[in-house]
Design a protein around this ligand. Structure first.
Ligand SMILES: *Cc1c(COP(=O)(O)O)cnc(C)c1O
Length: 359
């Protein structure tokens, strides 16, 4: 018997969203961001489907290894760069690009003996204060880069926004200004924009854009939805009803008895839970589609099961179809009900689920 819960990946939607990025940023090359197993969608599957991307961005060498092992020949950028000197020879063998964001990486590159030089992306911290060289150090860093035989002579300049998902946060314009000033007169390629900036701030598109979330058909905007951006959701998390109870007014449901029936009513049990990546913090009232009709989560999510109010679907039967998020039920809404963001839900989908491809 197969478990009724599964993840459906719509490859046509994925291609559509890449095309949408091309329309929004027609003069930029695209680095498709596929870290964290392509935001939970499957690293190799997504790389093969988006084989027209100009580059792929991943977090670590292990992800790049998997891509090369699957004969993905596109440019691949290690977004955190090398962590250790020992990584460098493998980086050369696999023909990877690296982000250099810290002096310690320059040190190991200066000391290494490599067969070939490496393409570098120099990350500048303009206000996110996570990775990157401070603005005041950039000319010194570029000097070291140009004297380092292990680094190719055309570094690409890069920065990352902290607040591009908010329309009016002044930090975004400050970061842009700071980056533009530091790059003034430097004849290198540049990259700034993540999904939110691709959508909201065309002036940030530069030579390369770096879309992540929007490729998966999800809006990066606070309170946004993907339809507004003409994006198509790629992942559907679906399951089935495995039991139905007819409960009485006052009966409580689930662990902690956090929810009581306001009247006599049918309650369905769904074969998916936090062990599959459905958020345990989702509140009663989180929407769930049963036979494509909106119903509500009630009580706490368990490891393998959820309980759903079936008053909107009184005729529902065991085996009926359930959607927890997907094209007809935006993951943005589920994230809001669980006090989290879509990114976390996507990455958290459990690999024990079967993955099915469509399109
Ligand atoms: C993850 C990441 C992105 C993509 O961000 P989204 O908000 O998913 O578009 C872009 N650039 C860098 C450096 C990243 O780490």
């Amino acid at each position: 018997m197969t478990r009724p819960s599964r993840v459906v990946i719509d490859k046509q939607a994925l291609k559509h969203n890449l095309q949408r990025v091309r329309e929004l940023a027609p003069n930029s090359k695209i680095m498709a961001i596929i870290k964290a197993d392509a935001y939970g969608h499957g690293l190799i599957r997504v790389a093969q489907t988006l084989n027209h991307a100009d580059a792929f961005g991943v977090a670590c060498l292990e992800e790049a290894e998997q891509l090369r092992a699957a004969e993905i020949s596109n440019k691949i950028v290690l977004l955190e760069g090398p962590h250790k000197a020992i990584d460098l020879s493998r980086i050369v063998e696999l023909k990877l690009d690296i982000v250099i964001h810290h002096q310690s990486q320059l040190n190991i590159l200066e000391q290494a003996k490599l067969d070939e030089s490496i393409q570098a992306w120099i990350k500048i911290d303009t206000g996110m204060h996570r990775l990157g060289f401070p603005v005041g150090k950039v000319s010194e860093v570029l000097e070291r880069v140009s004297n380092c035989k292990n680094i190719k002579q055309n570094p690409i300049l890069m920065t990352h926004f902290a607040t591009a998902n908010e329309m009016n946060n002044p930090l975004t314009q400050q970061q842009l200004k700071s980056f533009t000033q530091i790059c003034d007169g430097l004849n290198y390629e540049k990259t700034i924009a993540n999904s939110a900036a691709i959508i909201n701030f065309p002036e940030t598109h530069a030579d390369w854009v770096r879309p992540g979330l929007m490729l998966y058909g999800v809006s990066p905007m606070k309170d946004g939805n993907a339809n507004e951006q003409e994006l198509k959701s790629v992942m559907t998390l679906e399951s089935e009803i495995i039991s139905i109870q007819h409960l009485s007014q006052g009966d409580s449901v689930g662990y902690g008895a956090t929810w009581q029936c306001p009247e006599d009513m049918p309650v369905g049990v769904i074969a998916a839970g936090y062990g599959d990546g459905f958020p345990r913090h989702a509140k009663s009232g989180t929407p769930i589609l049963v036979n494509n009709v909106r119903c509500s989560l009630i009580g706490r999510a368990s490891m393998d099961m959820l309980t759903v109010d079936l008053r909107n679907q009184p005729e529902a039967k065991i085996g009926d179809h359930v959607i927890l998020w997907g094209q007809s039920l935006p993951i943005e809404e589920i994230a809001q009900h669980a006090d989290t963001i879509s990114y976390e839900l996507l990455c958290g989908v459990h690999k024990r689920l079967g993955f099915v491809e469509r399109g």
